[in-house]
Design a protein around this ligand. Structure first.
Ligand code: NAD
Length: 488
């Protein structure tokens, strides 16, 4: 069995421990599996200095050489996929096959961005004879990034890939509850020969680290994935120094199920997807608005499949869903279920926390949930789904768009005109039809409204990590410039 990695900070190309540590738990057993160093001010100052010198080297490295190094690191991560997946399951709880898929997905983010690094084209703008206007794309500088615990490998991978591919240096504070994915990424880049200081990894008290790093002059971009509340706070902090932000925030994804689809197949598929990562996905399908003509068979199939989801320790064979990642999620989900129940919602399955150690919670399906129930507005970020009937497409669209969130949305339909209307009118950054997949490396991902700013992945993802510089180049000296500035 592979070892859980030794937990350290990675600053200026070297690994370091600190005197103060916090325990990391296995959420399936509640046992301590490691002690995580807590970065102190000096560590953060060292990281800032390292990132500055790393940036000087990295921005002068050719895009092709940057891409080659990133691809070398990704190859190492693929070779180590079993070891990394094991560590992720241990600290996060998700089933081992899902952890392995996550590692591969993280590698795909690196591989995609390595390609994009070589396509950061500028323009030559048509201009008058004797003068040439150019735009060039240059890396912004040092990125301060903050990644959450739901995908310990692929979340930090997104941000590190974008920064490194574009020629930036990065200080990333990865999640304290799930540090191993980011540690394995740093290890792979170290082994691949990344110059010291280009990638720096810290852990500690999130609010202390963000409030120390974000106002620093060296930090030229803040990239965060997490809740809308924290994202808003970090955006306000960054605004004080006009530092741009890339924010991937919460969601409360609607699913519109039209009357022309196979109700049972769609119901089973929806329940299986809800269980993925124990529902702790910002794009997790949560509010299902089902055409009343197929509501009953859809809800029955959904509940039956949800009740059959095999829950247990992610290390065990055949387990489909592990525990949720921490105790906070259990309390949050329990409170939402109780609130909905007290307002008259039906609990089709789940809703009762099992006894024993581990943060387990069953896939829970609520039906006919009134609009004033908290779960209709608050993101559950757990294995909780709401299924409500709708009597028209207009009503379903209104329900889907009713919240301030706008990350992912889904629909099941085979009608081209309905699909076209939905893709135009649903207010989200990522809309998927007849699939509950919302994000792959080759397409941009991100939210509208309160779900964030900016995109990661695809051709668009790199834009945040570069600034456009306009160059005006006159071939001869402008000997007698006009005072008015009018073109000679
Ligand atoms: P939380 O809001 O306390 O933390 C969310 C994330 O932000 C964590 O990774 C945390 O370390 C980080 N964070 C918190 N305060 C911070 C600060 N001041 N500076 C920098 N980072 C900070 O909530 P939680 O209980 O850990 O997670 C639950 C909520 O977080 C969910 O409701 C969900 O909306 C959100 N979340 C979203 C994603 C996503 O992929 N968009 C991932 C994880 C969590």
């Amino acid at each position: 069995m592979p070892d859980y990695p030794e937990l350290k900070l990675y600053i200026g190309g070297t690994w370091r421990k600190t005197a103060e540590t916090i325990p990391v738990l296995n959420p399936a057993t509640e046992e301590v599996i490691g002690q995580l160093p807590v970065a102190q001010r000096q560590d953060l100052d060292d990281a800032l200095e390292a990132a500055e010198s790393g940036f000087r080297i990295w921005r002068a490295t050719s895009p092709r050489d940057r891409a080659e190094l990133i691809l070398r690191a990704a190859r190492l991560m693929r070779e180590r996929a079993d070891e990394i997946a094991y560590a992720i399951t241990l600290e996060h709880g998700k089933p081992l096959p899902q952890a392995r898929m996550e590692v591969i997905r993280g590698c795909e983010f690196f591989e995609w961005d390595a390609g994009e690094a070589q396509r950061l084209y500028g323009h030559v703008v048509p201009s008058s004879p004797g003068i040439r206007y150019l735009t060039i794309q240059q890396p912004v500088g040092t990125v301060a990034a903050f990644s959450p615990w739901n995908f310990p490998m692929s979340q930090p991978a997104r941000k590190i890939a974008g920064a490194l591919a574009s020629g930036c240096s990065i200080i990333i504070k990865a999640a304290e509850e799930t540090p191993a994915g980011a540690i394995h990424i740093a290890r792979a880049f170290h082994d691949a020969g990344l110059p010291a200081g280009v990638l720096n990894l810290v852990f500690g008290v999130p609010s202390e680290i963000s409030s120390y790093l974000i106002p620093k002059d060296q930090v030229r971009l803040v990239a965060f994935t997490g809740s809308t509340a924290v994202g808003t706070h970090l955006t306000e902090m960054a605004a004080r120094s006009m530092t741009p932000v890339l924010m991937e925030l919460g969601g409360h994804a609607p699913v519109i199920v039209c009357g022309d689809v196979d109700a049972q197949a769609a119901g089973r598929m929806s329940a299986a997807r809800k269980a993925r990562n124990a529902g702790q996905v910002c794009t997790s399908p949560t509010r299902f608005f089902v055409d009343s003509s197929i509501y009953e068979p859809y809800a029955a199939a959904f509940a039956e499949r949800a009740a059959a989801v095999r829950i247990g320790n992610g290390m065990a064979d055949g387990v489909e869903m592990g525990p949720v990642a921490n105790h906070r999620r259990i309390e949050a989900i329990d409170a939402l279920v109780e609130d909905a129940r007290s307002r008259g919602a039906k609990v089709l399955t789940g809703g009762v926390r099992p006894n024993g150690p581990g943060y387990f919670y069953p896939v829970t399906v609520l039906a006919e949930v009134p609009d004033d129930a908290r779960v209709m507005r608050e993101e559950p970020f757990g294995p909780l789904a709401v299924i409500n009937p709708t009597s028209s497409l207009d009503e379903a669209i209104a329900c889907a768009n009713a919240l301030p969130y706008g990350l992912a949305g889904y629909a099941f339909t085979h009608d081209a005109a309905t699909a076209d209307r939905l893709m135009n009118e649903i207010e989200v950054g990522n809309f998927s039809i007849n699939t509950l997949e919302a994000s792959v490396a080759e397409v941009p991902f991100g939210g509208v409204k309160a779900s964030g700013q900016g995109r990661e992945g695809g051709m668009e993802g790199m834009r945040h990590y570069v600034e456009v510089k306009t160059v005006s180049h006159r071939m001869e000296l402008e000997l007698e410039p006009t005072v008015s500035g009018a073109r000679a």
